[in-house]
Design a protein around this ligand. Structure first.
Ligand code: DAH
Length: 339
């Protein structure tokens, strides 16, 4: 009996050494401690021992069973722990893995320019208005004192839909529309698309303008100059100066072209400003009394200033963009520079 107990004890230890899974360990438990297991068999054989030795041998078998149970349990804990760690390692999420990136969209540079310029005028107390792109001849020309024989009326310069309807060629078309609806004093800007049959490096058939209009008592060229100086310093640079040059527009009297001091050469003359030190920015003037009368405003009581600025032109000057067509090609390499 002693021999047998020792053999079983060794056999359990031997088998456990190789058992590296919970299933194998369970097999060992069944083989030794199960109903038909080898340790259980010893208890059954106890009957065949001489009665006086039974208590002692029974005790030995009990010790063996406890020892086997303990050994299996300990080994089982070890293997269970190892299996758990292995599983955890396999299920680890590697959060350092880089994700698939998506390109983030942004406002088109022209919309950014419109937004930025609008904010400057909003800060000066202006309201932002809009008007129709498909416009009546009346608002685009007639009410702006552009007579029927004026060159800009030529079919060449305007997309006509019929005799009375056209694609507006200038945001000045909103001037009379607004003045008809709202009583002075007025301070408005109107950004929007305009259309002309031109197409080259500095002209596009669709482009953008921002119209400005102030109607109040005693408005003079001084107010215009001060307003545009203020704008130019805010939008271009604190060093930027403006210059008014005499010009002609049917809807203003007097009319001026407004130039900016060249930011590249600071007025000394370079290739950008063609040696003049100045860059033409926009057309402006004191609203022609006839336009006020068209809109039903008493030109003896009120006067006004107006200006019309090309958005693309302002952006090209500010960012040194050489070709207007870059704005419409939607080349991502161009657009992303203005995010
Ligand atoms: N509408 C003119 C153009 O498209 C620009 C302009 C000039 C607008 C003088 C004005 C203005 O309001 O007073 O060239």
């Amino acid at each position: 009996m002693h021999e047998q107990i020792k053999k079983i004890s060794l056999a359990v230890m031997e088998k456990l050494k190789d058992a590296d899974s919970l299933n194998l360990i369970n097999d060992i438990r069944v083989k030794f401690l199960g109903k038909n297991g080898e340790v259980t068999a010893l208890f059954k054989n106890l009957k065949s021992c001489p009665p006086d030795q039974r208590p002692k041998i029974g005790q030995l078998i009990n010790d063996l069973r406890n020892q086997v149970e303990l050994a299996i349990k300990e080994h089982e804990n070890k293997v269970a722990e190892r299996e758990k760690n292995k599983k955890l390692a396999q299920e680890t999420l590697d959060i350092t893995l880089s994700k698939k990136t998506r390109k983030v969209g942004a406002l088109h540079p022209l919309n950014q320019v419109i937004e930025e310029i609008s904010q400057i005028f909003i800060g000066l107390g202006f309201a932002v208005k809009d008007g129709p792109e498909i416009e009546l001849d009346y608002y685009n020309f007639e009410a702006l004192n552009i007579p029927a024989d004026h060159p800009s009326r030529d079919e060449q310069d305007t997309f006509y839909i019929n005799d009375n309807i056209l694609l507006r060629t200038q945001t000045s078309a909103v001037q009379v529309r607004i003045m008809e609806k709202e009583a002075p004093p007025l301070r408005i800007i109107c950004p929007g698309k305009v259309y002309r049959p031109d197409d080259d490096a500095s002209h596009s058939p669709i482009f953008h303008q921002i119209e400005g209009l102030v109607i109040d008592k005693n408005i003079t060229l001084c107010d215009l100059k001060a307003l545009l100086d203020n704008f130019a310093r805010s939008y271009f640079s604190s060093q930027t100066k403006t210059r008014l040059r005499p010009s002609y527009f049917p809807f203003t009297e007097p009319s001026v072209e407004v130039d900016l001091s060249c930011a590249i050469c600071n007025g000394k003359g370079c290739s950008l400003c063609k040696g003049t030190g100045w860059i033409e920015l926009l057309g402006a003037g004191i609203v022609n009394p006839r336009v006020l009368e068209y809109a039903g405003i008493d030109s003896k009581e009120y006067s006004g200033l107006a200006f019309g600025m090309g958005v693309e032109r302002a952006a090209m000057i500010k960012y040194g963009i050489p070709d207007i067509r870059l704005f419409y090609e939607n080349d991502y390499r161009f657009l992303k520079q203005y995010r």
